[in-house]
Structures are given as structure tokens and as C-alpha cells.
Design a protein around this ligand. Structure first.
Ligand code: NAD
Length: 245
């Protein structure tokens, strides 16, 4: 299937590693011009060479003032912006009792406001061309809460509300807005969370963890011309583990 992504202009947030990197690589494989971004310049340089990006821009999503400039710089470099994939480093684990106000505020900026701020900046550019694709990488935690991931459970559910609202508000501007909800997928994040892989695998009907490349293909489809009638959807990437309806 020709996804008609050749020369589409894309920015993927938090993409020097993990899921964001896999998405950027898949968009490039489909012919898009892609800018990657993360807070880590060394990793950006390595990834940029490895996957053949258009360019890269350092941006720390915990810094509210840096997000609009990121979108503006990316759109200038690409000559416009067709695709925005939002993503962020995962928040710290912890139960409700463990978390301080500061951790809530920090996670709110990095996980939630970075999405709001980046979409606010990208929307007029997409609206003017009457074509845009926004895909949020969130988590199954936003739909079915996961023990010890209080910040993720709470803020991702909010993102799904935002995604649904935006799909209604931006549809007439030719912009689709969707979210993909990964369950445990093989990236560095799993090492950070120090999870028991064997136990997790048992919870997933498919009997294995997800692969970043598989998630990337789903995101890439949602970014394509073919997916123009799909908007406001929270699509599970979960090997059958979530209740779907
Ligand atoms: P990862 O740790 O492999 O990669 C995270 C990327 O985000 C890296 O490029 C890192 O440099 C970048 N990053 C981290 N903090 C940043 C910041 N403040 N500003 C800009 N860039 C920053 O993680 P991943 O597995 O790819 O996960 C991506 C997102 O998906 C996370 O929010 C994670 O919680 C979520 N998620 C992951 C899984 C999984 O199993 N891997 C499952 C569900 C949800």
C-alpha cells in the first residue's frame, strides 16, 4: 500500500531513542522528511546519522518556553509541517502516596502541557494547508490504570480527553488527531521501570512484549493520507490486553 507520505514534513518529539526513534525511522522509510528532537544532543546526533533524518533540534519538553520555538524552527526548516507526533520521556513510577506536588507539576508539564503547547503552535500551520496529522503516543495506562504508575494513569487519561476534543475542533481544518496506547514494549523505558519481563508477558494475550517497529507502523499509517477519515481514536497497541469496548 502506498501511504503517500513521500516528502511529507514531520516532527517527532522525544525521538532520539525508543518509540519516538522507531516512529521517525518508519516515517523516513515511507519517504517523509523528518526532524527528530529530544533533550539529549549526543543521542540526537547518533540517531540522526543512524536513521537519516532531515535534521534534529534539541528541546527539553520540561521547559515550557522551549516548545513553541521548537515547532516554529522545525516548520521553517522543513518549509511547513504536515505531521506532528507527540511523545515524552515516561514519568517516575510511584503510588499516589509516594508522589510530591513537585513531581505532579513536573510530569504535568513534560507529559501533558508539552502536547498542548506543541499542538497549539502546529495547528495554524496545518490549518492553513487544510491537511495535518497529529498522533499522540500515550499508554494503556490512560485507559486502564497500571499499579504504581499514578502519574501516567492520570495524565494520559487527560491526554485522551484532549485528543478527543481536538478531533472535533480541528476536523474542519483537515487535521486528524489520534492516540496510540502502547502496553509494555521493548525499549529503555522498561529497564528504567525495572519490570519483571516474564510476569508482564503472562499478562499479554499475545504472549510477548511489543516491538517499537510494530508501534511505528501503526503511527505511520495514522499519519498517512489513507487515514484521513480516522480521528478521535485511542488505538490500543497491547497484544489484546485491554478491554476494547
Ligand atoms: P525511552 O526511554 O526509550 O525513550 C524516551 C525518549 O524521550 C528518549 O529519546 C529521551 O531522550 C526522550 N526524553 C526523555 N525526557 C525528555 C524531555 N524532558 N524532553 C525531551 N525529550 C525527552 O522511552 P519509550 O519506551 O520510547 O517511551 C516513550 C513514551 O511512551 C514514554 O512516555 C513512556 O512512558 C510511554 N510508554 C512506553 C511503554 C513501553 O513499554 N516502552 C509503554 C507505554 C507507554
Amino acid at each position: 500500500m502506498d501511504l503517500k507520505l513521500k516528502n511529507r514534513r514531520a516532527l517527532v518529539l522525544a525521538s532520539s531513542d525508543g518509540l519516538g526513534k522507531a516512529v521517525a525511522a518508519e516515517l523516513i522509510a515511507e519517504g517523509a522528511n523528518v526532524i527528530i528532537s529530544s533533550r539529549n544532543i549526543e543521542k540526537l546526533e547518533i540517531t540522526a546519522t543512524e536513521i537519516g533524518v532531515h535534521s534534529f533540534i534539541k528541546c527539553d519538553l520540561s521547559d515550557a518556553s522551549s516548545i513553541e520555538p521548537l515547532i516554529v524552527e522545525a516548520a521553517e526548516a522543513l518549509g511547513g509541517l504536515d505531521i506532528l507526533v507527540t511523545n515524552a520521556g515516561g514519568p517516575p513510577a510511584g503510588t499516589f502516596a509516594d508522589l510530591t506536588d513537585q513531581q505532579w507539576y513536573d510530569a504535568f508539564q513534560t507529559l501533558f502541557m508539552s502536547v498542548t503547547q506543541s499542538i497549539r503552535a502546529a495547528r495554524p500551520i496545518m490549518a492553513e494547508q487544510q491537511w495535518g496529522r497529529i498522533v499522540m503516543i500515550t499508554s494503556v495506562a490512560g485507559k486502564e490504570s497500571v499499579h504504581n504508575l499514578t502519574l501516567s494513569n492520570s495524565l494520559r487519561a487527560g491526554l485522551h480527553g484532549l485528543m478527543n476534543t481536538l478531533s472535533k475542533e480541528l476536523g474542519a481544518e483537515g487535521i486528524t488527531v489520534n492516540a496510540v496506547l502502547p502496553t509494555y514494549t521493548e525499549t529503555e523505558r522498561l529497564k528504567q521501570l525495572k519490570v519483571d519481563r516474564a510476569a508482564l508477558t503472562k499478562q499479554i494475550p499475545a504472549g510477548r512484549l511489543g516491538q517499537p517497529e510494530e508501534l511505528a507502523k501503526l503511527v505511520t499509517y495514522l499519519c498517512s493520507d489513507m487515514a484521513g477519515f480516522i480521528s478521535g481514536q485511542a488505538v490500543g497497541f497491547d497484544g489484546g490486553s485491554m478491554q476494547s469496548v
